[in-house]
Design a protein around this ligand. Structure first.
Ligand code: GLA
Length: 675
């Protein structure tokens, strides 16, 4: 944060209620939480009885209720209908099932929008987001906030003392943007707090360009529909503002429930790598960090996407975390929605546990018969209790119950951190960038994949975090870096750490102003770059030859400082002979995106030099190995059977058998081995 600039909300600060924050272990008590979103208001009460019978049979010990119940709880403004929820809370408690109780504020009842049209958000083109779907609320609307606080207050007062209550779930997947008038006023207030004076704002936004100078705060708008490219810093600040406003909504509800029940943990569910929230900052405000995860069953890298989200969420939680939602079968929001083949649901669930989850939950318990998600799977599918989906869920429930005592609360150790920052992502994604082929999530996935395939366990970290516990820090791309972050990276290398950075890093400052020389001078010196002459983005599918490998997406015309330890040159083309990769002592710079095998080889070598070892050596391709505490988890993601050699004797906690020397895993196979 630049000197004199204030964060508008108290980002990074723990709960403001003065209580000692409870954690996930307060809810799990030595068991892995297993269950899912339960929407009983969609079903007659007879079905509730069948539900609890099936839940007990499947080992379900946790349900999330009330996520979309606002219209049922408050059918008319100010009225309350809690009777049905009273009966359900009791029913769950009678069956030993804990309740993660949600505030229903993600989907206001139609009456709210009708009585208060200002609660409805507007997109950049001025179109209103009407009721009839969900998430049709403006984070800036005073009326929305008033009604949301009132229903939250009454829920907390009524159920705070209920013995079934294990956790609070605030709202759902906060994700709305609003360009309307109330949001515009709030944006101006946010900007006044950030910049203090109009002069400071005009300087930060570079409004000398295209005659954009503001003479009054009232002239400032959210980045609404415009004739041509929008001001990048205005867009960046609007993203910061949106994340902060949603966070204010979350904090308001969290503080209400925490006042009633200081001992009950609070969460809100993230969408993984969702662009709308600075999730580092949000995670610091949660007692339990939870995430919703839906890899495509047909995606050959679905397991790696899962692993990336697990690693990111664990790092945000700084410990065990909650898989709040996944699908037992197909989702219904892709172009083509595939079910999970036999064994895949079990494998991906156990993979989350291996990577630090202490809760494995689903959207949703029973597949809906009506509504927009009637084709989205549930733990109980339309086929009912006899269906394969429920049968597999039941098996998984038993297995999770079997290993819970050995796993919950155990942390994982990683020697490598991948750096990621939302502000950098927002700034780098501006419509006026050099290449629309470069998409940060793809770049993050490519670097994570190289480490994942080499069975090198990684955490994620923010560029301003303390990095001193890591042997290797990997920066896939940090287009925007604050001065604090740059100082942090320099200190990390000075302190003996190894740093490897991908292209387009250190280009812009906090206001998205290009650093002199096209890249921060301190970083150029660190990586051994004398001059960065030009960026040479590549077309879709185009590759560039480098000595020993091919690069994709991007290349750079760089002149190295004399005396850098090592370079790998481009071969042929415009950049022939110039360095594609530079090593300057313990700092590496990679100016293209090497193809997957080459990146894996390069990172494997750098990790080995830094003293980092894979979890196991000599694993067959497609086998993932993860250690959590003393347990070794093995996953076969390949189509063929895999033989894995092991040192010593282990007990497989899933089968109860003793494993000596070698274990064989079939397709989607899993072993959880205890020495
Ligand atoms: C999200 C939501 C759920 C449901 C699922 C469907 O994760 O939180 O309510 O819509 O998507 O995949």
């Amino acid at each position: 944060m630049t000197a004199g600039r204030k964060p508008v909300t108290a980002g990074g600060k723990p709960v403001t209620t003065g209580r000692k924050p409870p954690g996930l272990c307060d809810a799990t008590r030595g068991r892995i939480l297993f269950g899912g979103d339960y929407n009983p208001e969609q079903w007659p009460e007879e079905t509730w009885q069948e539900d609890v019978r099936l839940m007990s049979a499947a080992g379900v010990n946790s349900v999330t209720m009330g996520v979309f119940s606002w219209a049922r709880l408050e059918p008319r403004p100010g009225e309350r209908d809690f009777g049905w929820l009273d009966r359900l809370m009791d029913l769950m408690h009678d069956h030993g099932i804990g309740v993660v109780l949600a505030t229903p504020t993600a989907s206001p009842p139609p009456w709210l929008g009708r009585l208060h049209p200002e609660t409805l958000p507007r997109d950049a083109d001025g179109r209103t987001e009407w009721w009839g779907g969900r998430q049709h609320f403006s984070h800036s609307s005073a009326a929305y906030r008033r009604y949301a606080a009132a229903i939250t207050e009454d829920l907390a007062a009524r159920y705070g003392g209920h013995p079934a209550l294990t956790m609070w779930h605030i709202n759902n997947e906060y994700c709305t943007f609003d360009h309307g008038d109330e949001a515009a006023a709030a944006f101006r207030r946010w900007l006044r707090e950030r910049y203090g004076t109009l002069d400071a704002l005009n300087t930060a936004w570079g409004t000398a360009f295209w005659s954009q100078g503001y003479d009054t705060w009232e002239g400032i708008l959210p980045p609404r529909h415009a004739h041509y490219l929008k001001n990048p810093t205005q867009v960046l600040d609007f993203r910061r503002f949106t994340s902060d406003m949603l966070l204010e909504c979350y904090r308001a509800e969290r503080d209400i429930v925490a006042r009633h029940t200081p001992h009950i943990p609070v969460t809100t569910n993230f969408m993984p790598l969702w662009t709308g929230q600075d999730a580092w900052r949000w995670a610091d405000e949660e007692d339990v960090v939870s995430v919703d995860l839906y890899p495509d069953p047909r995606d050959p890298l679905g397991a790696q996407h899962g692993a990336l989200v697990h690693d990111l969420t664990r790092s945000q939680a700084r410990g065990p975390w909650m898989l709040m939602e996944q699908a037992a079968g197909p989702v219904n929001w892709r172009g083509v929605n595939h079910p999970k083949p036999r064994g895949l649901n079990r494998q991906w669930s156990l993979q989350a546990v291996a990577r630090g989850a202490d809760a494995v939950c689903y959207f949703q318990w029973r597949q809906s018969r009506q509504g927009a998600e009637k084709f989205h799977s549930g733990m109980v599918s339309h086929a009912g209790a006899e269906g394969r989906t429920f049968q597999e869920v039941k098996q998984l429930g038993a297995e999770l119950a079997g290993i819970g005592g050995e796993v919950t609360g155990r942390h994982m150790h990683a020697d490598i951190a991948i750096l990621h920052d939302w502000h950098s992502w927002w700034a780098g994604a501006h419509e006026g960038r050099l290449s629309t082929e470069v998409d940060l999530p793809d770049v993050l996935h490519a670097w994570h994949r190289a480490l994942w395939e080499a069975n090198l366990t990684t955490d994620f970290a923010h560029p301003e975090h303390d990095l001193s516990s890591y042997r290797l820090v990997v920066v896939p791309q940090l287009y925007l870096l604050t001065d604090t972050a740059i100082g942090n990276l320099l200190a990390y290398v000075r302190g003996g750490g190894t740093l490897v950075s991908g292209f387009l890093t250190g280009i812009a400052d906090e206001d998205d102003r290009i650093r002199p020389g096209g890249m921060d001078a301190r970083l150029r010196e660190l990586f051994g770059i004398r001059t960065l002459h030009e960026w040479w983005p590549l077309d879709a599918g185009e590759t560039v030859a480098c000595e020993g490998f091919r690069g994709t997406l991007w290349s750079e015309e760089i002149e190295a400082l004399p005396g850098v330890s090592e370079t790998v040159p481009y071969r042929g083309g415009e950049l022939d002979g110039l360095p594609a990769v530079l090593r300057n002592g313990r700092a590496w710079y990679v100016s293209t995106l090497p193809e997957p095998e080459a990146l894996r080889g390069l990172l494997g070598r750098i990790a080995a030099d830094a003293g980092v070892r894979p979890v196991l050596d000599g694993l067959p391709a497609g086998v993932e190995a993860v250690r959590r505490g003393e347990l070794l988890f093995l996953f076969n993601h390949g189509r063929e059977e895999a033989k894995i050699s092991l040192m010593g004797t282990h007990r497989d906690l899933l089968t109860g058998t003793t494993v000596t020397g070698e274990t064989v895993l079939g397709r989607h196979g899993v072993a959880v081995l205890k020495p």
